[in-house]
Design a protein around this ligand. Structure first.
Ligand code: FES
Ligand SMILES: [Fe+2]
Length: 359
C-alpha cells in the first residue's frame, strides 16, 4: 500500500469527485456510521426521503453522532427529526445546510456550531457523494449510467461488494491504460483495437478483441467503450453475448485503501414485453461472468506491492499519461486546466482493424 503523497499525485490526500458510498437501501431514518476519505461520517435519511451524509463529530463537544445506543435521544427515536439530525450527547440539532438549528436548553446558537454536510445524489440504486477537498459545489455532473437503469428491456444491476483493498485508486485507474493485462487477466484474444482518449475530466478506453467467455461464439468480437468521468468509478458499454453496462466504483476509505463495488445491467430484450424471472436469471448469470472477470483484477490488487514507478515499455499503454490525468483530482481547481492540457488527446496502443496497418 502507498499513499497519495508517495505517488506524488497532488496537494490533497483524497480526490475531488463523485464516489459511491453504499446502496440506496443503506440510508434509513436511523443514523449509520460510515468511514470514507479518512473521516468518520454519518448517513441518515430525512423525513422527505432525501439521504444525507455529514461529519460524525459534533462541534459542541465532539460526540460521535451515530455511535450511540443508550442516550435517551436515541432510545426515544429522536435523532433524525424532519431533515435534521440531533446529537445524542446534549441534543444539539443540525440541518442539511450544516447549521445548528436547535439547542434544547439555549436560545443562543453560536455561529461556529456547524457540521459539514456533503452533496448526495441517489441514482441507479446507489448513494453518490461529492467529495471536494476545497469544499466547493460539484463541477462535474453525476453520470447517468447510459440511461439504462430502469429502462425497458434492461435488468438492473445487483451490487457486488468486492471488499476493501490495500491499493490506492491510482493503481485501480491504471487499468484504463493497461493493455498488457487483458490477455492473461481477462481472457482477451484476437486483438483488434486498444486506445485511450483523454478529454478534460474524462478518460475513455476503446477496446475490441475476441474473448474466452463473454462472447456468444468464438469468432465474435467483444467491444467495449469504458470511461471514467472523474476518479471514483468506471462505466462501460459492452457489446458481447448481450448488450450490457458495467459500473465499477472505488472509494477511498483511508489514503491508500479503496472499497470496491461492481455492477452490471443487461439488456435482455427490446423492451416490448415484461422482464421475466428467466430474463433476470440470464442477466444475473452474465453479471456473474463480468464480476469474475473483475475479480481477476481484484486478486492482483489485493496481493501486489505498491507500484510508484512502473517499469513501463511502449506497448504497455499510456500509464504515465493516465497518471497525469488522474492527478488533476488531487490538486486545487486553479491547477486543473494545465494538467488537462498535458493529458488531453488520443493514444492508440494497437490497431489491427481491417484496412489498418498493424500497430
Ligand atoms: S457534543 Fe453534541 S450536543 Fe454536545
Ligand atoms: Fe482489468
Amino acid at each position: 500500500m502507498a499513499t497519495t503523497k508517495e505517488y506524488g499525485l497532488g496537494e490533497f490526500d483524497f480526490p475531488r469527485g463523485w464516489f459511491m458510498i453504499g446502496e440506496a437501501q443503506e440510508a434509513t431514518r436511523e443514523p449509520k456510521p460510515l468511514r470514507y476519505f479518512g473521516r468518520d461520517l454519518v448517513l441518515y435519511r430525512g423525513e422527505s426521503g432525501a439521504a444525507y451524509v455529514c461529519d460524525a463529530y459534533c462541534p459542541h463537544m465532539g460526540a460521535h453522532i451515530a455511535r450511540n445506543k443508550t442516550s435517551y435521544i436515541v432510545l426515544d427515536g429522536e435523532q433524525a427529526e424532519g431533515e435534521s439530525i440531533r446529537c445524542p450527547f446534549h441534543g444539539w440539532r443540525y440541518g442539511p445546510d450544516g447549521a445548528c438549528n436547535h439547542i434544547p436548553y439555549s436560545d443562543f446558537i453560536p455561529k461556529a456550531a456547524r457540521l459539514r454536510f456533503y452533496p448526495i445524489i441517489e441514482r441507479a440504486g446507489i448513494l453518490w457523494l461529492w467529495y471536494d477537498p476545497e469544499e466547493q459545489e460539484p463541477d462535474i455532473p453525476l453520470a447517468d449510467f447510459g440511461g439504462h437503469y430502469g429502462a425497458p428491456g434492461w435488468v438492473e444491476w445487483k451490487i457486488d461488494l468486492m471488499g476493501d483493498l490495500a491499493v490506492h485508486g491510482c493503481e485501480i485507474t491504471d487499468n484504463m491504460a493497461d493493455f498488457g493485462h487483458f490477455v492473461p487477466i481477462h481472457g482477451a484474444r484476437d486483438w483488434q483495437y486498444f486506445a485511450n482518449e483523454y478529454q478534460d475530466n474524462t478518460v475513455h478506453q476503446y477496446y475490441s478483441s475476441g474473448h474466452r467467455t463473454l462472447t456468444a461464439n468464438p469468432e465474435d468480437m467483444l467491444m467495449l467503450d469504458t470511461w471514467y468521468e472523474g476518479p471514483g468509478f468506471l462505466q462501460s458499454e459492452m457489446a458481447g453475448a448481450f448488450d450490457s453496462f458495467i459500473m465499477i466504483a472505488n472509494t477511498p476509505v483511508e489514503d491508500g485503501i479503496s472499497r470496491s463495488w461492481h455492477g452490471l445491467m443487461v439488456k435482455v430484450h427490446d423492451g416490448s414485453r415484461e422482464i421475466t424471472d428467466a430474463d433476470r436469471a440470464n442477466a444475473h448469470a452474465y453479471q456473474e461472468g463480468s464480476r469474475l472477470a473483475f475479480a481477476q483484477d481484484v486478486e492482483i490488487w489485493a496481493n501486489k506491492r505498491a507500484c510508484i514507478n512502473p517499469l513501463a515499455i511502449p506497448k504497455d499503454g499510456p500509464y504515465a499519461k493516465n497518471r497525469i490525468w488522474y492527478s488533476q483530482f488531487f490538486k486545487p481547481r486553479s491547477k486543473v486546466a494545465a494538467i488537462q492540457k498535458r493529458a488531453n488527446g488520443l493514444h492508440v496502443t494497437l490497431d489491427r482493424r481491417p484496412g489498418k496497418n498493424a500497430a
